[in-house]
Design a protein around this ligand. Structure first.
Ligand SMILES: Cc1cc2nc3c(=O)[nH]c(=O)nc-3n(C[C@H](O)[C@H](O)[C@H](O)COP(=O)(O)OP(=O)(O)OC[C@H]3O[C@@H](n4cnc5c(N)ncnc54)[C@H](O)[C@@H]3O)c2cc1C
Length: 448
């Protein structure tokens, strides 16, 4: 680990998968930080049971952090997958793990989100773990020329040089950033108050004892009119997501109840998720199952003053392309590189880094990330609508053209490969044994 001499401290708000990644990256960059998490525990052992796909770009970072083997150990690689209609008839296939190996020289793995978070937490050194503070819900942020002051609902205050908002889709930090910008100038260009739109909702969950006939490594998709589903069978758990188009898009934050979930299952439980297993079979076998809206979109302003946003606070994609967390990881990587080079270029090691230099680093971060995230959000929107047969030509191409032309691989190549190949790594850490496939990576470590 390198250490930075400058009096510079980051306050990371949110100890979710992106906040924990930021803890690793900042620690390795020698950036002083604290993480404030509103939950009473960091990396809650059995939290909401979604599966998270760890894509080739993130596996490269995991290798740099020395975590690749540990991630592979809790993950499962998928075998070739089958796409069925809502009554269970197979009509198409895909093999994304093999495609990733071909394009990038490394596949992808599905992991249980709570296990991933536990791994990220457990692998931080003990003295760094002490910088992760649970039970700290951020309520207010004040910024000055010299620094930031973050107030929590328990009355405690943290002082630092910058705030990094890793607090998810309904980000409080994003709200504070907007308020501060408007206080400074009522005409300031700011993000919308509710920047993301949900056009679909989904039930997602997992089963520890999957319905019979489902084996580890199986991947099933269902594509239908106004709905789609995904089932991924891991070594010990099976994850499922079933989405449905909403009657009308909403920007609101809706909290669904257990009864809402049951109504959803009553309406759609008969629909097949594999050729033999229905949504109701999965629901009956569930260990966890939740109903949520699937917000989509990208904010215009990633930063203001001393505040910067990463992860779901910046962009929201549906699960269809499996890029949500991976996009947040890339936000963290690029931000860390920019902050570290800002600190290295500071000529006076004893002086606090000026607001102007911080803003320049944030601006460089947004400049790098904006086009890549825009493309990732677009890819997820296209994929979501294609598989839910949003228009007649989505149905026609998905049901009849793509299966006959090998088009799904082309679609994957066009829409998802760029998110991987354009990925950055921590440029100040070595990258040994970089995987290589038929499409070159655009960026590498500067320490090779
Ligand atoms: C069904 C489903 C499947 C998915 N599949 C994939 C996939 O395959 N691949 C993938 O990459 N992504 C996937 N995602 C998306 C992925 O889960 C998210 O992109 C990721 O969790 C975002 O992480 P985050 O840390 O930015 O936000 P979050 O996970 O929302 O974490 C935010 C954290 O901030 C804390 N917080 C919030 N407000 C405050 C506050 N005021 N003060 C302090 N702390 C606060 C929260 O408690 C939380 O711990 C999926 C999502 C769903 C719903």
């Amino acid at each position: 680990m390198t250490t930075a001499p400058h009096p510079f401290r980051a306050i990371i708000v949110g100890g979710g998968p992106v906040g924990l990644t930021a803890a690793h990256a900042f620690y390795r960059a020698g950036i002083d930080f604290v993480v404030l998490e509103r939950q009473n525990e960091i990396a809650v052992p059995e939290a909401r049971g979604a599966g998270i796909g760890v894509m080739p770009n993130t596996l490269r970072l995991m290798a740099q952090l020395g975590l690749l083997e540990a991630v592979e150990a809790i993950g499962t690689h998928m075998r070739p997958g089958t796409v069925v209609t809502s009554d269970g008839k197979p009509f198409s296939g895909l093999d994304t793990d093999a495609w990733c190996r071909e394009f990038h020289g490394i596949g992808w793995v599905i992991v249980h989100r709570p296990e991933l978070m536990k791994l990220l937490y457990d692998t931080l050194p003990d003295e760094i773990k002490q910088r992760l503070l649970p039970g700290k819900e951020v309520d207010m942020i004040e910024t000055t020329e010299d620094g930031v002051m973050v107030r929590c609902t328990d009355g405690s205050v943290e002082k630092g040089s910058i705030v990094v908002g890793a607090d998810g889709v309904h980000s409080k930090v994003r709200d504070c950033m907007r308020r501060i910008a408007l206080q400074e100038s009522p005409k300031a260009a700011v993000n919308e108050e509710k920047p993301f739109v949900a056009t679909y909702r989904c039930v997602f969950g997992h089963t520890v004892n999957p319905p019979s006939g489902i084996n580890p490594g199986e991947e099933w998709h269902m594509h239908g009119s106004g709905m789609s589903s995904l089932l991924l069978a891991g070594k010990e758990k099976t994850w499922f997501v079933f989405s449905q188009k909403l009657p009308k898009p909403t920007r609101d934050r809706r909290r669904y109840t257990e009864q809402d979930t049951e109504s959803f299952i009553k309406e759609l439980g008969h629909v097949h998720c594999t050729s033999t297993v229905t949504l109701d079979d999965l629901y009956q076998a569930r260990t966890s199952c939740y109903l949520t809206d699937l917000h989509e979109g990208l904010i215009q302003h990633f930063h203001h003053g001393r505040i910067v946003l990463v992860g779901d606070a910046v962009s929201k994609q549906t699960y269809t392309t499996g890029q949500g967390w991976n996009t947040g990881v890339q936000d963290v990587v690029v931000l860390t590189n920019k902050l570290r080079s800002m600190m290295e270029n500071e000529t006076n090691p004893d002086a606090p880094i000026s607001k102007c230099k911080i803003e320049a680093a944030f601006s460089a971060y947004q400049k790098d990330r904006n086009p890549v995230v825009q493309q990732a959000v677009k890819a997820s929107m296209v994929m979501t609508r294609t598989e839910a047969w949003n228009r007649w030509y989505d149905w026609f191409s998905d049901r009849h053209v793509l299966p006959r032309t090998g088009g799904l691989k082309m679609l994957y190549r066009a829409f998802l490969v760029p998110a991987n190949t354009s990925a950055q790594v921590l440029e100040f850490l070595e990258e040994k044994n970089r995987p290589s496939g038929t499409i070159p990576w655009l960026h590498g470590s500067k320490k090779e």
